[in-house]
Design a protein around this ligand. Structure first.
Ligand code: FAD
Ligand code: AMP
Length: 479
């Protein structure tokens, strides 16, 4: 038997690496097992998020956005740059350098905090033992008083579109295209499909997004979703709703996709196809039979509100358990579990987890939508404000979008904030903080905001909840 630890974490994504660092900071002897190796065969920390998820997608979204700004918008504001050209090789090199910096940062943090990094594939073989098989196939068993499973998720594949080496790919392949596909198909108008569709649309692809559902972004407030759909359409994204992909055929280096919509069976031909139909938990084989950790039929590990599995001392966090598949949700659960193991009270407020779609403009939201509130019979009042009436947004040449606040009709407590705008992903933090502190819309309305700032649109939306936005025709006379 090798070393004994207080905590062994399996997986070094944003759930696992954060749990390990926090546990070590709490004075617990901690190890983190990671199996991911890069193209050079070196173990890399950071999981999906740093290697093939949040970070590389944001690097490409930012570079492609800057390209569009230069191509389409600099001249409007008096900057003449000639005709800019994307250099895909350099963009990918930039993206890879961003990944490497982030990944290297985790290893440095492990060292600084005294987390033992173990390379290899971990398997829970009893409630107090993890067997690790290294990349040469050698196994060693480590014991621990507590085990945290943070094994993450992988892309869902669907039978109609079996993946190929480079024509039909998942989000991972779409971060690596070495040239701009002329015709790009995207299956799924979820967060990842819209982000990656946007990247390649900006760089010159004709993008068609095929979405089985009839509604667009049903998890977002309807008014904000409508505005987003309009803006993405204007940018050239052809989003076909009610279009269920039923088959595909690869021939002559092209992909023919078959789909069914209200008009019957349809067909489209693409140079590349990205399958973005969701992610599934990556839990197969992580726990040996006989340990008794319960999984549901889709492979998610059953946990309670505090991420305890049914086996005492074994916890599970992040994408491999219920809840939104988001990096910050995984990290918050990691902190909570480490604190609980260290003997502290801890919880995650699942009602105040923000979501962001990093399109341009960005879409960000937290809490209830107006349609959620109606469905639950909660009486609400709402306030909206357009960025076209915000001085800073106009000065930024980014007047698109709106902010909307949903508050309880009786108590005025903020129940949800929904934004589509430039930097909505930054602005949403105000909504999250307000909800964490149980603020009323009036609390935000009575707060002094810096001028000029796009945050003022949130202020105005809060004022509008009571019908008194300053920079908008008012609905009511103040008593
Ligand atoms: P993961 O990040 O998947 O990490 C799990 C780790 O466990 C991996 O490193 C894996 O190798 C390791 N592992 C698994 N099994 C074992 C084993 N048996 N032994 C050892 N190691 C093991 N989320 C956001 O919040 N914001 C975004 O902008 C965002 N953008 C995204 C863009 C894309 C293209 C994708 C694909 C995802 C994006 N996500 C985003 C989602 C985000 O990446 C995940 O929610 C997050 O990575 C989940 O963290 P995790 O720690 O639970 O799992
Ligand atoms: P998300 O789960 O947010 O990543 O979004 C995935 C999207 O893919 C969902 O909106 C699904 O409705 C959509 N989807 C799943 N299967 C298909 C399919 N066969 N054809 C078209 N869209 C699909």
């Amino acid at each position: 038997m090798a070393d004994k630890f207080d905590v062994i974490v399996i997986g070094a994504g944003p759930g696992g690496y954060v749990a390990a660092i926090r546990a070590a900071q709490m004075g617990l002897k901690t190890a983190c097992v990671e199996k991911w190796v890069n193209k050079e065969g070196k173990t890399v920390h950071g999981g999906t998020c740093l290697n093939v998820g949040c970070i590389p997608s944001k690097a490409l979204l930012e570079t492609s956005h800057k390209f569009v700004e230069a191509r389409d918008h600099y001249a409007e504001i008096g900057i003449e740059v000639g005709e800019p050209k994307p250099n895909i090789e350099k963009m990918l090199a930039f993206k890879n350098s961003v990944i490497n910096k982030n990944v290297g940062g985790i290893s440095a943090l492990f060292k600084a905090n005294g987390v033992t990094a173990i390379d290899g594939t971990g398997k829970v073989v009893s409630s107090k033992e993890v067997e690790v098989t290294d990349h040469d196939g050698n196994s060693q068993t480590y014991s621990a008083d507590n085990i945290v499973i943070a094994a993450g998720s992988v892309p869902v594949e669907i039978p109609p579109t079996p993946l190929t080496d480079d024509l039909i790919v998942t989000s991972t392949g779409a971060l690596e295209f070495t040239e701009v596909p002329k015709r790009l198909g995207v299956i799924g108008a979820g967060v990842i499909g819209l982000e990656l569709g946007s990247v390649w649309n900006r760089l010159g692809s004709e993008v068609t997004v095929l979405e089985a559902m009839d509604s667009f972004l049903p998890m977002v407030d309807t008014a904000v979703a409508k505005e987003t759909q309009k803006l993405l359409k204007k940018q050239g994204l052809d989003i076909k709703l009610g279009a269920r992909v039923t088959g595909s055929e690869v021939k002559d280096n092209e992909v023919v996709v078959k789909y069914a919509d209200a008009d019957g069976d349809q067909e489209m031909t693409f140079d590349k196809l990205i399958v973005c139909v969701g992610r599934r938990p990556y839990t197969k084989g992580v726990v040996a039979d006989g340990v008794g950790v319960e999984l549901d039929e889709r492979g998610f590990i059953f946990v309670d509100d505090q991420c305890r599995t049914n086996v005492p001392g074994v916890y599970a966090i992040g994408d491999c358990v219920r809840g939104p598949m988001l990096a910050h949700k995984a990290s918050e659960e990691g902190v909570m579990v480490a604190d609980i193991i260290a003997g502290h009270k801890a919880e995650v407020n699942y009602d105040a987890i923000p979501s962001v779609i990093y399109t341009s403009p960005e879409v960000a939201w937290v809490g209830m939508t107006e349609q959620d509130a109606k469905a639950k019979g909660v009486e609400v009042k709402t306030g909206s404000f357009p960025f076209s009436a915000n001085g800073r947004a106009l000065a930024n040449n980014a007047p698109e979008g709106m902010a909307k606040i949903i508050a309880d009709a009786e108590t005025d407590r903020i129940l949800g904030v929904h934004i589509v705008s430039q930097h909505a992903g930054e602005l949403i933090a105000q909504g999250v903080i307000a909800m964490e502190f149980g603020s009323s819309a009036e609390d935000l309305a009575l707060t002094c905001y810096a001028h000029p700032s796009t945050s003022e649109a949130i202020h105005e939306a809060a004022l509008a909840v009571d019908g008194h936005a300053i920079h908008m025709a008012n609905r009511k006379k103040r008593k």
